[in-house]
Design a protein around this ligand. Structure first.
Ligand SMILES: [Zn+2]
Length: 349
């Protein structure tokens, strides 16, 4: 009986043992900076690493997480995060910054759009993840159970992927169940300096898989938002600068850091989105660009077969603004051809 008690005691101590990451978060050493590299291995023989920097300011404050590189071909978020890591002075920081400079390192180093080539899974479709799943599912599980759990404000930074044109925007979920968290996400969006603010409807239950990283954080009851900035597998310096100032403006709004150039003077809002999906495989053409205004039923592109015959035409389903679109010729069935955001007013939600 006593032996059993000791075994139970031992197991309970093992289960409450702090992870390397939890130790860094709990540390009283301030200001401080710790760089961690968490290792993962799955049953298919894949291995990967997740770099995490924990920056503790000299005084207490919110825990703010910045994630880049969930899609490893979206470079402006990754390059902007590198600049933030080298610029931010922990002597002037209040609270804690958790920075994941590249969440999907296998996608980044293999130059793979959308998916981790090791298991062919999209990390931004894998949340909440699985502890003993494939390599992508394990990384999603770690971000869910360790990073999001420790976070007050979660910012996931994306851009257009290798084949996507995109207009920069900041976005959040309009979760009416958690009004205060949503209000803070909206305020941070309005202060971010981005001209375009997009809010998505939040309709999942507490048990539905959230799929996306920042939706997972919302489901977890956290304030979460995302920046979409950059396009077409390139590093545009103006988009790097926009992401950086967006982060600085959010940190300034939370009184975590003094730098910031203030909100955009003419904010544009969109709170409903329509998606055009392809039903054909072939060669895609469109003269439209992200940021173009379109009218309902306007033809915005078409697909031909390999001999040049038009096999599908795409019409705008609504008036609005092209938020992002396919911008290279290959097209497959079920590809997102375009996302169109309808205009909204500040008091529409
Ligand atoms: Zn992305």
């Amino acid at each position: 009986m006593k032996a059993l008690y000791l075994v139970v005691l031992f197991l309970s101590q093992v289960s409450i043992a702090q992870s390397e990451f939890q130790k860094a978060i709990a540390s009283n050493l301030k200001p401080s900076r710790v760089n961690l590299n968490i290792k993962f291995a799955d049953s298919m023989g894949n291995t990967s690493n997740l770099p995490i920097a924990v920056l503790k300011g000299k005084s207490d404050g919110p825990i703010f997480t910045i994630v880049a590189g969930i899609h490893g071909f979206e470079y402006p978020p990754i390059v902007a995060t590198q600049a933030l890591l080298s610029e931010i002075n922990i002597e002037q920081l209040h609270g804690t910054l958790i920075v994941i400079p590249i969440a999907n390192t296998a996608s980044f180093y293999n130059r793979s759009p959308f998916v981790n080539p090791q298991d062919d899974k999209n990390l931004n479709n894998a949340f909440p993840g699985k502890k003993n799943g494939s390599i992508t599912e394990q990384i999603a599980h770690f971000i869910t159970t360790e990073i999001i759990a420790a976070t007050d404000v979660f910012l996931d930074v994306h851009g257009g992927d290798a084949c996507e044109d995109l207009i920069p925007f900041v976005c959040y979920y309009n979760n009416i169940q958690k009004k205060e968290k949503t209000a803070l996400a909206r305020k941070l969006s309005e202060k971010s300096g981005f001209e375009l603010i997009v809010s998505y409807p939040y309709t999942i239950s507490n048990t539905d898989p959230a799929k996306y990283a920042f939706k997972q954080a919302v489901q977890h009851g956290k304030t979460a938002l995302s920046i979409e900035c950059g396009k077409l597998g390139n590093v545009q310096q103006e988009n790097v600068a926009l992401i950086k100032s967006g982060v600085y403006n959010m940190l300034a709004t939370l009184n975590m850091y003094a730098e910031g150039n203030g909100p955009h003077k003419n904010i544009i809002r969109s709170n409903s989105q329509s998606y055009i999906k392809s039903k054909a495989k072939g060669i895609f053409y469109s003269t439209h660009k992200a940021g173009d205004a379109v009218k309902k039923d306007e033809i915005v592109g078409y697909t031909t077969d390999e001999f040049g015959k038009i096999i599908e035409e795409y019409k705008a389903p609504t008036n609005g603004l092209i938020l992002y679109k396919l911008a290279t010729p290959p097209i497959n069935i079920s590809d997102t051809v375009m996302c169109i955001g309808a205009y909204a007013d500040a008091d529409d939600e």
